[in-house]
Design a protein around this ligand. Structure first.
Ligand code: CP
Length: 314
């Protein structure tokens, strides 16, 4: 069965209804099978053009958007900002207007400042997809995390999800808190007091608990999501040393043993091994970190397809 997806841009999870989130996940589920075929290509986006405009570094997101576009037969163009006219002083809006003049169907943008995708959506005719804006949102990461949880736990509603680490600087945490609370999960967050933002208190009525200790968040959890320490966004010392962070907040096997026996471990990557997550956990059978990356391609296929006018498939 198909039904229309009445949204052009994907700027954040905050704007989406639970039905829209389900629609994207169902569509991604349908696309997933293409990725295991011998010939991984379908004509769904033939004739469409997708531009990847990344002002920040990326391994997973940029590559998977490019692969997703190509598997749907779109023409995918990657703009390297360091080789673009941004280095000559061209403004963000002028850059977007000039790209838009070439009639792309979708521009996927990552930027270190919150709100850049929203700004581009106001001036661009192409659909804008947020691939991460500062510490604001990373909607496709939350969607691929949700797909991983759905695949391994069969549903999101009622799952106890611990989100641990540098929440203050994490767009992944923000998108996940929006998504998981909208979909009925019970979310517990923990990290150094300096890295848990005040704004998260607003989610308490929606099923979010702020825990004083990492162990309180992990105890009894179905899903343990570990966040990266974002040293590039930290302009002051939020904790004494990385070694102390690892001791007090890092996910070790001992801490993971507090979670349910069949708990799964997620991390958006890139990982700081030995700091927020021990290698023994990252490489264990409970870790689904590479599954997340795999589902990321299907989620981004769904997002590109729906943003360029495709119908929800379920
Ligand atoms: N999870 C994530 O956004 O990874 P990249 O920075 O490599 O895209």
């Amino acid at each position: 069965m198909t039904k229309p997806f009445r949204r052009r841009d994907l700027l954040g999870i905050r704007d989406l209804t639970p039905e829209e989130i389900r629609g994207i996940l169902d569509t991604a589920e349908n696309f997933r099978e293409i990725n295991s075929r011998e010939i991984k290509k379908v004509p769904a986006l033939r004739g469409k053009t997708v531009i990847n405009l990344f002002f920040e570094n990326s391994t997973r997101t940029r590559t998977s958007f490019e692969i997703a576009a190509k598997r749907l037969s779109a023409d995918a163009v990657n703009i390297s900002v360091s080789a673009s006219s941004v280095t000559k002083g061209e403004t963000l809006v002028d850059t977007a207007l000039n790209l838009d003049a070439m009639d792309p169907d979708c521009i996927v943008v990552r930027h270190s400042s919150a709100g850049v995708p929203h700004q581009l959506a106001k001036v661009s005719r192409a659909a804008i997809v947020n691939a991460g804006d500062g510490a604001n949102e990373h909607p496709t990461q939350a969607l691929l995390d949700a797909m991983t949880i759905r695949e391994h736990k069969k549903k999101i509603r009622g799952q106890e999800v611990a989100i641990v680490g540098d929440i203050l600087h994490s767009r992944v945490a923000r998108s996940n808190v929006h998504l998981l609370t909208k979909m009925g999960a019970k979310v517990r967050v923990a990290g150094p007091g300096t890295l848990v933002p005040e704004e998260f208190k607003h989610f308490v009525d929606d099923g979010l608990t702020i825990c004083p200790h990492v162990e309180d968040a992990i105890e009894g959890a179905d899903v343990v999501m570990i966040l990266r320490i974002q040293r590039e966004r930290q302009d002051s010392a939020y904790f004494p040393t990385l070694r102390e962070y690892a001791i007090h907040y890092g996910l070790t096997n001992e801490r993971l043993d507090l979670a349910k026996k069949d708990a799964i471990v997620l991390h958006p990557g890139p990982m700081n091994r030995g700091i927020e997550i021990a290698s023994e956990v990252a490489d264990s059978s409970r870790s689904l970190i590479l599954d997340q990356v795999k589902y990321g391609v299907a989620v981004r296929m769904a997002v590109l397809y729906l943003a360029t006018g495709g119908n929800v498939v379920n």
